[in-house]
Write a protein that binds this ligand. Sequence first.
Ligand code: FAD
Length: 504
Amino acid sequence: LRLTETAQLCDEDPLRFEEYELREHTQVLVIGGGPSGTTTATLLAKEGFDVTLVERASFPRYHIGESLLPSCLPILDLIGARQKVEEHGFQIKRGVYFDWGGEEWEVTFGALVGQRMHSFQVLRAEFDHLLLENAKSRGVTVIEGFGVESLCFDGERPTSAVCASVSPDRQVIELDFDFLIDASGRAGILATRYFQSRRYHQVFRNIAMWGYWRGAKRLPVGPEGAIAVCSVSDGWFWGIPLHDGTLGVGLVTDKEAFNLQKKQGRHPNQIYQEAIRQCPRIADLLASAELTSDLRIERDYSYTSDSFAGPGYRLVGDAACFLDPLLSTGVHLAMFSGLVAAASIASVLRHEVDDEQAAALYEETYRQAYLRMMVVVSTMYQQYRGKESYFWEAQQLTLSDCDGVDLRQAFLNVISGIEDLQDAQMTLDVVLGHMSKVLDMQRALARDKAGLDGMSPEERERTRAKVQFSNLAVARFSLSPRDSIRGLYVVTRPRLGLAHVVPR
Ligand SMILES: Cc1cc2nc3c(=O)[nH]c(=O)nc-3n(C[C@H](O)[C@H](O)[C@H](O)COP(=O)(O)OP(=O)(O)OC[C@H]3O[C@@H](n4cnc5c(N)ncnc54)[C@H](O)[C@@H]3O)c2cc1C
C-alpha cells in the first residue's frame, strides 16, 4: 500500500517535477558513499556501467567504525584502492588483544596459513574520503551534499529518486535509474521508509559511548596496532590506536544498565569514566591521557531487514543489517555485500541471468555471512567459560579445520572475515578444498543414523543442533559451483558477475 501511495504521490504531483532543475538517467543509482556504497559503485563502474552515487554529506565526514578486518585487503585490490590505503599512513593492525571474562589472549592475523595478513585502524573520515575519491577516479559520477529525499516505484520496483541539496539554496535533481543500491547505512531508506522491514534483534540491545584520548600509552601486549577488547561487569571496552596519535576508547554497555544509571542521576560522562576505572587494562592505557573530544553516544542495536533484495534493488552494508561491533565486522560486511551485490547486478545488466535469480543469490549469500558473524558474537557474549569455548563455537560455524584440531585457526578465520572472501573466489583453490570437505563431513554426520543412535539423548540433540546450524551457516554460500544457489555462484574473474554451474 505504501508503495502505491508513493507512486501515486509522485505521479499526481507533476508541478513538483517541473521545479526540478535536472532530470537525469543513470543505469545504477547508489545512495550513500560509505564503504558499502563506494565498493558497489566502483566495481560496477569498473565493469563499464553508468553509475551515479548520491551522498548527503560533503566528504570528509566523521564516521564511527575504525577497526578493519584483513578481509578488506582483497576488496581494496578489486576496487583499485589498495595502494592508496597502504600509502596513506593509517595505523597497521596486526591482530586483536582480548581481556575477556577474566582471561587474556591475542589473535595475530599473520598466523593465517601461508599469508602475511594485516589490516588497518582508520580514521573513517579519511578512509571513506579516499574510497569516494577512488570511486570518482574509476568512473563513478558522485553527487555530494545531496540527500535522496524520496523514491518512486513501478509496483515493487524503484525507478527514480528525488535528491535535494543540503545547502540553503535547496537544488533538486530527479534521477531515473535501472537499478538502485541502498547503501544509506543505518538510515536505511528502503527498509525504514518504504518497506518497514527492519527488525531489531532481542539480543545486543546495547548503547555505545566513545571518545578520543591524547597521551595514551601504547598497548604493551598483543600484536602491533591491535584493537584491545576488554570486558567489564556491564559490557566491554574497545581501545583503537589511530594514526593521528589518539586512542579511540569506546564502552559498549547494556541499555538497561545505562538507563538505570541515568535514572540514578549519573551523567553519561560519569558512567563512561567510572567504567574505565573498573577496567584495569584501559585505565592503565589512559593513566596520563586526556579526553580531547566530546563523548559520542549511539544505540548500537543489531537488526536485519526481512529482505535484502528485490526487483531492481539491493540493500548493502548497514542498510540491510547491522551487527554489534564486538568483532569489528561492520566494514567487512559492508564491503563484502557490496562485492556480491555488484556481481549480481553486473550479470543482470549483461543479460546473463534474470534479476529474480540474482536477487535470491545476493540475499542468501549476504544473510549467511551476517548470520555466521552473529553467532560468533553471540557466543562471545554468552560464554565466559574460557577462550577454548569460543574457539569451539567458531569451529562449528566455519569448520575451516575439518580435522577438528586447530581451533585457534578456525576462530581466527572467522574474526578476520577471511572465510567469506575465500568463498568469494579470492583464493578459490584453497577454500574449495576446505568447503567440500566440510560439506561432506556434515552430510556424513547427518546420515550417520547408527552413530546418532549410540549417543545419549542430550548428546544426540546437541549433535543434531550442530548439524542443523552448520548446514545453515555453510551449506548455501553460492560461492562455488558445488554450493550454487539456483545454479549460480559468484565469480570475480575474468569479469565480476554470476556464473552458471556447468552440468556434468
Ligand atoms: C559504536 C559502533 C562501533 C563500530 N565499530 C566498528 C569497527 O570498529 N569496525 C567496523 O568494521 N565497523 C564498526 N562499526 C560498524 C560500521 O560503522 C558500519 O558497519 C559501516 O560504516 C557500514 O558501512 P555502510 O557503507 O553500510 O554505511 P555508512 O558507512 O554508514 O555509510 C552510509 C552513508 O549514506 C549516507 N546517507 C544516508 N542517508 C542518505 C540519503 N538519504 N541520501 C544520501 N546519502 C545518505 C550517509 O551520509 C553515509 O555517508 C561500528 C558501529 C558502531 C555503531
